[in-house]
Design a protein around this ligand. Structure first.
Ligand SMILES: Cc1ncc(COP(=O)(O)O)c(C=O)c1O
Length: 375
């Protein structure tokens, strides 16, 4: 008998194949337009994305890391400023802070929910760590598809006059109390990396805001600081969303809400399969709508569990195996909050991501559920 095919943890190729006729038509349209960077498709995507999100503007850019750097620049945050965020995130979040010349301060997460611990933020804003420049902003990462604790974080940030940047790279379509993430802080950033809930077939990103002046500043900063062609008002970068990716993203945006619903249905099936096992399903925050960018379990015997699932033809991932503050690039030089990221370090030893994408078939979900039930 043939071995069943391996079910990968992520599968952007399946995302393309599921929408192939529409995507191919959009790509042909963009190719035949004769205009490949910052044109019709990009402008249409920006308008459609901001309308879908509910912000006044969205500005496309090269990737989610640049989007964070552009958002920081839009608030004049750079050298001489500290930016607080978490260590339990993609390295990109911290890399963006250093890209603009600011100093990162890495805080711990809430046990069980994997996002910024508001108590840590309150502690560092009330008593700033010695030797650091003033804390001017916090990047709140909505990790795995679920909102951070904005109910607690926003009032703390407001009280201390700190800018709130929502990193929505993993949370397209997620909500808190019925409002989409990316509309609750001062400015928001998105990544369209191929595996994201809204994924391009290459790199892409966006900054979203209600503030027209900051939107136009971001639009200038993404292209050398140009206000008029070839004339820079201030130094910028080159980080543009190309027309092919914009055309593809327009197709995919129209399917995003349905695809997020499918992700939630798959998550519910996994939850059911785990009932009665020693492994708890992911916690949901009260009032939050999860979009399951990732379905993440905590398993103390991770290596063994991953090996067992691999034998059953099920791929898994680890997001993330090494917290940013313990990676060689940052270890011993990056500032930490009072809890020294102890909850983060413990989580990194145990987190494990199951296959999660809307194109998983019912048969594949059943196979995964059977294996989970035996955990
Ligand atoms: C939480 C988070 N922030 C930022 C990024 C950066 O996005 P990109 O890879 O598009 O630069 C990612 C994706 O990798 C991410 O997961």
């Amino acid at each position: 008998m043939n071995e069943p095919a391996m079910i990968p943890q992520a599968n952007p190729g399946a995302g393309y194949r599921a929408l192939q006729p529409e995507i191919d038509a959009a790509v042909a349209r963009a190719l035949h337009s004769g205009w490949y960077v910052l044109g019709q498709e990009g402008r249409a995507f920006e308008a459609e994305f901001s309308a879908w999100l509910g912000t006044r503007a969205a500005i496309g850019c090269g990737n989610g890391t640049d989007a964070l750097a552009l958002a920081l620049r839009a608030f004049d945050i750079g050298p001489g400023a500290t930016v607080a965020t978490v260590s339990h995130t993609a390295v990109a979040t911290v890399a963006a802070i250093e890209m603009v010349g600011a100093t990162p301060l890495l805080l711990d997460i809430e046990p069980g929910l994997f996002t910024l611990d508001p108590a840590e933020l309150d502690a560092v804003l009330t008593q700033p760590p010695a030797g650091l420049p003033p804390i001017r902003a916090v990047i709140v990462v909505h990790l795995y598809g679920q909102s951070a604790n904005l109910d607690a974080i926003l009032p703390i940030a407001r009280r201390h006059g700190v800018t709130v940047i929502e990193d929505c790279a993993q949370a397209h379509g997620a909500a808190l109390h019925g409002r989409r993430l990316g509309t609750l802080g001062d400015i928001a950033t998105f990544s369209f990396y191929p595996t994201k809930n809204l994924g391009a077939l290459g790199d892409g990103g966006a900054v979203a805001t209600f503030d027209a002046a900051r939107a136009s500043r971001v639009a200038a900063l993404r292209q050398y600081g140009w206000r008029a062609h070839y004339v820079s008002d201030e130094p910028g970068i080159n980080s543009r969303l190309d027309e092919l990716q914009a055309a593809i993203l327009r197709v995919k945006l129209a399917h995003l809400d349905a695809q997020n619903a499918r992700r939630r249905a798959i998550a519910a099936a996994y939850d059911g399969a785990l009932a009665g096992t020693a492994v708890a399903p992911p916690s949901r925050r009260d009032g939050a709508e999860h979009v399951f960018h990732l379905y993440v379990l905590r398993v103390p015997e991770r290596d063994a569990v991953q090996a067992r699932l691999r034998e059953a033809g099920i791929g898994t991932g680890v997001h993330y195996p090494v917290p940013v503050h313990l990676q060689s690039a940052y270890r011993d030089r990056v500032a930490l909050g009072p809890a020294t990221c102890a909850v983060t370090a413990a989580a990194a030893r145990e987190v494990m991501s199951l296959p999660m994408y809307p194109e998983l078939t019912d048969g594949q979900v059943d196979r995964i559920c059977t294996a989970l039930h035996r955990l």
